[in-house]
Design a protein around this ligand. Structure first.
Ligand code: NAI
Length: 328
């Protein structure tokens, strides 16, 4: 069809936005035959910088870019949006406690959830990249009672892609040989990248590695702490890779996952794998006709059970904290 898909992006003048917008506009999200309209939200002081980014978008003359709207009012910018990529968030400042961070982000994601509830298109799908992503998604979801809960998700695809890359390097196989990677839980240092259900060339990945010490003491911490390693090396947090993962997530949620594979998405739990209902936790999911389903029936051994319980406990604590703050 030629009706443009409306994609709202928040934090559009930020680092991730600077990579993400150009990928979306060039057709990386829905293909070259689907025009997109960008609807870009920023805080008022960043609107001038955003105007500069829009000038550059214009200068690319992207055939798939049908229009760009910018503004600082979510009730205007989110109007008619089919996708919302919520990237803008409040970073943790020096001396900021976790409660302060959750409260500051509640001040962003509660009103944005309400605005989506009021003005987004009926088929809206929401992806939260801004940290703390899982709990920000929970806040937005809780403030949008008319939007079905399954339309809210948080990004763990960057962690998923990092895990694939680490395994590919370890075994010296192309990334295309790796299937069924899973990130469980929170997009934080407690996340659990799971090799026990992953496959390499059709064989079990943990067996192909055959080195529990590497798996526990190198692979898991390398994936979980990769964000900090990028900051250390680059002097700035991961941005192009985060944008790329955001595209992967929204594209697969829309166009589906390939047969014989799955992806990691943080979605509202239905109680699968004993993750308390309603927590936005990362699971292995397949997508068909624009709807995700949590992969069922995986056997979870004691090692994996302990790792999943730890990261889910952190999500439950974050939920209690934002409940205590009256944000949900
Ligand atoms: P950045 O600081 O460069 O950009 C954030 C932008 O958001 C700024 O331009 C700011 O003005 C804007 N913003 C703040 N409040 C806003 C609001 N209420 N409405 C609209 N825009 C608002 O940050 P960067 O590097 O682009 O990262 C964005 C977020 O993504 C951060 O929270 C970061 O921690 C997170 N992130 C998440 C990853 C993931 O895998 N889930 C990976 C990497 C980053």
């Amino acid at each position: 069809s030629t009706t443009p898909v409306k994609v709202a992006v928040t934090g559009a003048a930020g680092q991730i936005g600077y990579s993400l917008l150009f990928r979306i506009a060039s057709g990386a999200l829905f293909g070259k035959d689907t025009p997109v309209e960008l609807r870009l939200l920023e805080i008022t002081p960043a609107l001038k910088a955003l105007e500069g980014v829009v000038m550059e978008l214009d200068d690319c003359a992207f055939p798939t870019l049908a229009g760009v709207e910018i503004g600082d009012d979510p009730n205007v910018v989110f109007a008619g949006a089919n996708h919302a990529l919520l990237v803008g968030a409040r970073p943790r400042g020096p001396g900021m406690e976790r409660g302060d961070l959750l409260e500051a982000n509640g001040g962003i994601f509660a009103p944005q959830g309400k605005a989506l509830n009021e003005v987004a298109a009926d088929d809206i799908k929401v992806t939260v990249t801004g940290n703390p992503a899982n709990t920000n998604a929970l806040i937005a979801m809780s403030n949008a009672p008319d939007i079905p809960q399954e339309r809210f998700s948080a990004l763990t695809r960057l962690d998923h892609n990092r895990a694939i890359s680490q395994l590919s390097t370890k075994l010296d196989v192309p990334v295309t040989e790796i299937r069924k990677m899973t990130i469980w839980g929170n997009h934080s240092a407690t996340q659990y990248p799971d090799l026990f259900h992953a496959e390499v060339g059709g064989k079990n990945a943990a067996e192909a590695v055959g080195d529990q010490d590497w798996l526990e003491n190198t692979f898991i911490p390398t994936v979980a702490k990769r964000g900090a390693a990028i900051i250390e090396a680059r002097g700035a947090s991961s941005a192009a890779s985060a944008a790329s993962a955001t595209i992967d997530h929204a594209r697969d949620w829309t166009l589906g996952t390939p047969d014989g594979d799955w992806v990691s998405m943080a979605v509202p739990s239905d109680g699968s794998y004993d993750v308390p209902e309603g927590l936005i936790s990362s699971f292995p999911v397949t997508v068909k006709d624009g709807q995700w389903s949590i992969v069922q029936g995986l056997e979870i051994d004691d090692f994996s059970r302990g790792k999943i319980e730890a990261t889910v406990a952190e999500l439950a604590e974050e939920r209690e904290a934002v409940k205590g703050l009256g944000l949900i």
